[in-house]
Design a protein around this ligand. Structure first.
Ligand code: ATP
Ligand code: MG
Length: 416
């Protein structure tokens, strides 16, 4: 029969890739918990309105990347393209808007219909954090510091810079928006087709365009800084001061607007030059109206998301396989003792494996190949005397050890 291929833009994570991936997630879980975040596990699909209401019709995600389908009951569902909307929906439907602030960490697959390339997939994974219900710029700085902390713990921070921008408050954005429309209207014929569509509805989006034609016009486009209200300016000043206090280096980049419509005030991206066009590894910002879109009250919030695959690609060192012990019986007659030794080791926290295939030699070869560090050999003599032969696979040293001393012996040997 012919082979059924994986779906375009999906990938399997096996062996080294799986270990890299898990390492990123484990570090993120550990670090976010130091800041008081707890994991929220929400569904992978939601009512389509959860995303269409929140991300904005002019966002790339809603206009061309969502996996929407009708289920057998006729409901329109969407595979989540991002995590924030689902978290805000969950905040409302679980009645948690009464107990703010809430700190949610999440991890899991996201789905976007994009052109697959290195670091860009149709099913990919994100880690993310949302701090819901705080409006002080210190919260923004702390959340950014938490992202930075994860990148530090992953050992990738040297290749990455933090780019920061403000989108001001609503009043600032309204004035800026009008200035942008007036400016881009003068160059209508030079705009890309996508940007032309966005001109009236959401001109900010043009700043995010990757089209060279659009980008050429950006240099002289009106800047938000000329339209900021005093309140928005105050927020922006406090944020930058707080980042200095947290000792987080950043550069200001007025072109960062982010892909979703819901942001206000702070927006930021951690970017690297090491992944070609897929340079953003972690991005986020402040949002205000999103919880309202889900039918709740206004909840000022700040959050970010990072691509696990992109972070995994940046890891310099592949996390090593766990040190394990190969248990090797000489014959089927000693299986009783073999299995009791295996389970005893595992119950004491020692990683122990048995290969069911092949003779003694083959099993030894396999143990060496699998990078086991110790072999426990059991023959009929050993079974009678209730001892085993322990072989150090690095030094080839071998010694006889009583079964009752085995756990302590291995722990001592493997701690070295
Ligand atoms: P990009 O500009 O690269 O398309 P984005 O702005 O669409 O990114 P976000 O929606 O902010 O990305 O998602 C946060 C992070 O998730 C990104 O910085 C990136 O690391 C990762 N990410 C986004 N889309 C993909 C994808 N298709 N494949 C792999 N990782 C992705
Ligand atoms: Mg994108």
């Amino acid at each position: 029969m012919s082979v059924v291929k994986p779906v375009r833009g999906t990938h399997d994570l096996i062996g080294e890739e799986s270990r890299r991936h898990q390492h990123v997630i484990e570090v993120a879980k550990r670090v976010t918990s130091l800041y008081g975040f707890e994991e929220w596990i929400t569904p992978i699909f939601e009512d389509t309105r959860v995303f269409s209401r929140s991300l904005g019709d002019t966002s790339d995600i809603v206009s061309k990347e969502m996996y929407c389908f009708e289920d057998r009951g006729g409901d329109s569902l969407t595979l989540r393209p991002e995590g924030t909307a689902g978290i805000c929906r969950a905040l409302v439907t679980n009645g948690l808007t009464q107990s703010l602030p809430q700190k949610a960490f999440y991890v899991g697959p996201m789905f976007r219909y994009e052109r697959p390339q290195k670091g860009r997939y149709r099913q990919f994974h994100q880690i993310g954090a949302e701090l819901l219900g705080t409006s002080t710029p210190f919260a923004d700085a702390e959340i950014i510091a938490m992202g930075y902390h994860i990148l530090q713990e992953l050992g990738v921070v040297d290749d990455i810079t933090l780019e920061l921008n403000t989108l001001g408050d609503q009043a600032s954005r309204k004035a800026w928006r009008e200035a942008l429309i007036a400016y881009f209207k003068k160059f209508q014929s030079d705009l890309s087709e996508d940007s032309l569509k966005r001109l009236e509805k959401n001109p900010l989006r043009i700043l995010d365009s990757k089209d060279p034609k659009d980008r050429a016009l950006l240099q002289d486009a009106p800047a938000l800084s000329h339209h900021m209200t005093d309140k928005a300016k105050g927020f922006w000043d406090k944020l930058r001061k707080a980042l200095d206090q947290f000792k987080i280096p950043f550069t200001e980049n007025p072109y960062i607007v982010r892909g979703m419509d819901y942001y206000s005030h702070t927006v930021f991206e951690f970017v690297t030059t090491k992944l070609g066009a897929q340079g953003t590894v972690l991005g986020g910002g402040r949002y205000e109206g999103l919880v309202e879109e889900m039918g709740g009250p206004s909840v000022p919030s700040i959050g970010w998301a990072a691509g696990v695959e992109r972070l995994a690609l940046l890891l310099e060192q592949v996390p090593s396989k766990i040190k394990s012990v190969a248990v090797i019986p000489f014959s089927d007659d000693v299986h009783d003792m073999t299995f009791s030794v295996l389970q005893d080791l595992r119950r004491h926290g020692i990683y122990a494996e048995i290969a069911y295939k092949g003779n003694f030699r083959k099993q030894m070869d396999r143990a060496n190949k699998q990078e086991s560090v110790m072999a426990v050999l059991i023959g009929e003599n050993e079974a009678q005397k209730q001892v085993v032969q322990v072989k150090d696979l690095t030094s080839s040293e071998q010694s006889e050890v009583a079964v009752t001393d085995l756990v302590a012996h291995l722990k001592m040997k493997m701690a070295k």
